[in-house]
Design a protein around this ligand. Structure first.
Ligand code: F6R
Length: 612
């Protein structure tokens, strides 16, 4: 939520900041702004409500702002409406200090009242402005900007990544991080900060990740980092192994469609290094076989689509391991006094690795003694760094707000973990293990086959897009799949839709079914095909229009009851959701396209949810 970028070097900062913000816009897009410092013009702040293009027009793509040092921000509003005044950067009263912020200052009201009591007046409704004002207040007291930063940090509570520009320090800006992502970029004669590497990958692939409590002084030729006590810290540098093209649309109309199409390759990359001699191996795992055998319970925690991966995982891992597996929403786990201990493996799933609720759940589980294994896409992210073990999905950058390829790579990795643990526990019969591995190897090609059906799905979307209420129904793995299909559709098309376990319909929901209600019936889970068919008959009898999804083996039978049937190739049960999700993603995409929605940046949403 909210994107930050900063640049200091010899080139004009404005265009570089605007370009970086464009790549960060997926993190928040209700307003944007930049602050740039130059000897002649001093500290200039330009900001505007609306998409980045509004700001870009205001400053001629950044060219209208003089100076080679600056910070920028793209906002997802938390405190105060999205308007020009509440946009970042925020200035101190004397306009000598500009601040951009990602996160929430929890005690901002108290600080604001304190500063107002000192006669300082505020312009905005935001929590961020208190940072600028408090900093300026301490700067006036101490005459030393670094001392002022540490005093300010001592006072504020909450989560923050901050970029700070001070008119009295024309060659450097300051960066601070606590519980919100921020990385440092090392260029040739220039330096950067960014919430996400996509913002600066064009300029450098050499980065380091800030830790909580660290303060960085960023100059063109050096970046000095200090810990919470003000002592210098040596940062380890990492090299990003993908290039700028991975974060561009490459001819596709939307990132979401590009990312849907990238799924077979992303899954291939996730599988390949972990499959040796037809066995799943995780060289990156530190857990010993004895530790795996000693596990009594697995708890999966995540949010949103990552939680839906966990829902599939509950069915598949329990089946493969014969151990209890529970999947919980991270936001619920935090507050339910969870029963986890040193005999529990907590699997944390997150694309961004920065989701605040997931992060908080991780920390809580850790404090209770659980072993934490995370499945993460963003290398070096907070969740990855705080986990005992991390398995990267290697999906490459995911830019569309609605996740697709991250979901698919998380899912395949979780299934592979099930195979790996099952091998050690001896809970999977040898013949079944071999047949699952065979299907695992075939999965990317089968995903490609599903993608070939795009035109048919597009046609179905063109006849369905006017529905205002849609129900997804399915049993077992199909229920978990329906949760994801329904989320995908509602978040990008704004159509009200819900996913139900098909067996639950008759306990209340069926009263909502009337003439013309669209029901998407998922029937890929073969053991319960007949029961799902009965549910289809029940909703049809109440007037529902049904769109069904099944595998090749069951298509003919299903067509006797439902005219509109989408199919996926036959595969092992555990991989049905991996294939089944693709038509649902494509359906959501074309439904949203038909309705003229902003597919990559749906309203009210942002990628990387770093607020509670
Ligand atoms: C939906 C979507 C979100 C995320 C959720 C968790 O398409 O992308 O529901 O899955 O916000 O995000 P991560 O996986 O980054 O923790």
């Amino acid at each position: 939520m909210c994107g930050i970028v900063g640049y200091v070097g010899t080139e004009q900062a404005g265009p570089i900041l605007l370009d970086g913000l464009e790549r960060l816009e997926y993190r928040g897009y209700d307003s944007a702004g930049i602050a740039v410092l130059s000897n002649e013009k001093g500290l200039q702040v330009k900001k505007a409500k609306g998409r980045l293009k509004v700001l870009s027009a205001l400053v001629d793509g950044g060219k209208a702002v003089e100076g080679s040092i600056g910070i920028g921000h793209t906002r997802w509003a938390t405190h105060g409406q999205p308007n020009d005044v509440n946009s970042h950067p925020h200035l101190s009263e004397d306009s000598r200090i500009a601040v951009v912020h990602n996160g929430i200052i929890e005690n901002y009201v108290e600080i604001k009242e304190y500063l107002m009591g000192k006669g300082i007046s505020f312009r905005s409704e935001t929590d961020t402005e208190v940072v600028a004002q408090l900093l300026a207040y301490h700067y006036r007291q101490t005459g030393d900007i670094m001392q002022a930063v540490y005093r300010m940090l001592h006072r504020i509570e909450g989560a923050y990544a901050l970029g700070i520009l001070c008119a009295d320090m024309p060659d450097a800006f300051i960066a601070v991080r606590k519980d919100a992502p921020l990385l440092l970029g090392y260029g040739q004669g220039c330096s950067f900060i960014a919430s996400d590497v996509t913002a600066i990958i064009k300029h450098t692939r050499e980065v380091s990740y800030m830790e909580d409590g660290e303060v960085a002084v960023v100059r063109a030729d050096s970046i000095r980092v200090y810990n919470a006590l003000g002592r210098p810290v040596e940062k380890e540098h990492s090299f990003i192994d993908w290039d700028v093209s991975a974060a561009e649309k490459g001819g596709y109309a939307h990132f979401m469609f590009k990312e849907i199409m990238e799924q077979p390759e992303a899954v291939r990359k996730t599988i390949h290094p972990r499959l040796k001699d037809r066995r799943v191996v995780f060289e990156e795992l530190k857990m010993s076989p004895e530790e795996i055998r000693a596990l009594q319970r697995i708890v999966i925690v995540a949010c949103g689509s990552s939680y839906h991966v966990g829902m599939v995982g509950k069915y598949n891992l329990e089946r493969l391991l014969r151990r209890p597996v529970e999947t919980m929403l991270a936001s619920e786990f935090r507050y339910c006094d969870p029963l986890v201990d040193e005999h529990t493996l907590v699997i944390v799933i997150s694309q961004s690795g920065e989701t605040l609720d997931t992060m908080a759940a991780l920390r809580q589980a850790k404090s209770l003694g659980a072993h934490i294994l995370s499945i993460v896409n963003v290398v070096g992210s907070s969740i990855a760094r705080e986990s005992d073990e991390v398995l990267y999905t290697w999906a490459g950058p995911e830019i569309a707000v609605a996740t697709t390829k991250a979901y698919s790579t998380q899912l395949v990795l979780l299934n592979m973990l099930g195979l790996y643990f099952g091998d050690i526990l001896g809970s999977i019969p040898a013949e079944e293990y071999a047949s699952i591995v065979e299907e695992l190897q075939a999965l990317p090609a089968k995903m490609e086959e599903v993608l070939e059906n795009t035109d048919r799905i597009k046609y179905l979307a063109s006849v369905c897009f006017n529905h205002s209420s849609i129900f997804f129904i399915g049993r077992n793995l199909d229920y978990a799949l329906g949760l994801e299909g329904s989320l995908k559709l509602k978040e990008i098309s704004y159509i009200h839709c819900e996913a139900y376990a098909a067996g639950e319909l008759k306990h209340g929901t069926i009263s909502l079914i009337e003439d013309g209600t669209l029901v998407v019936a998922l029937c890929t889970y073969a053991p319960l095909f007949d029961k799902s068919l009965s549910n289809i008959v029940e909703v049809k009898a109440r007037g529902a229009d049904v769109l069904a999804l099944t595998d090749d083996s069951h298509a003919e039978e299903l067509r006797k009851t439902v005219p509109n049937v989408l199919t996926i190739p036959d595969t092992h049960t555990v991989f049905k959701p991996s294939l089944g999700v693709i038509p649902l993603q494509i359906f959501a995409y074309y439904m949203a396209l038909q309705r003229g929605c902003d597919i990559d940046k749906p309203r009210n949403l942002a990628k990387s949810v770093t607020v509670e």
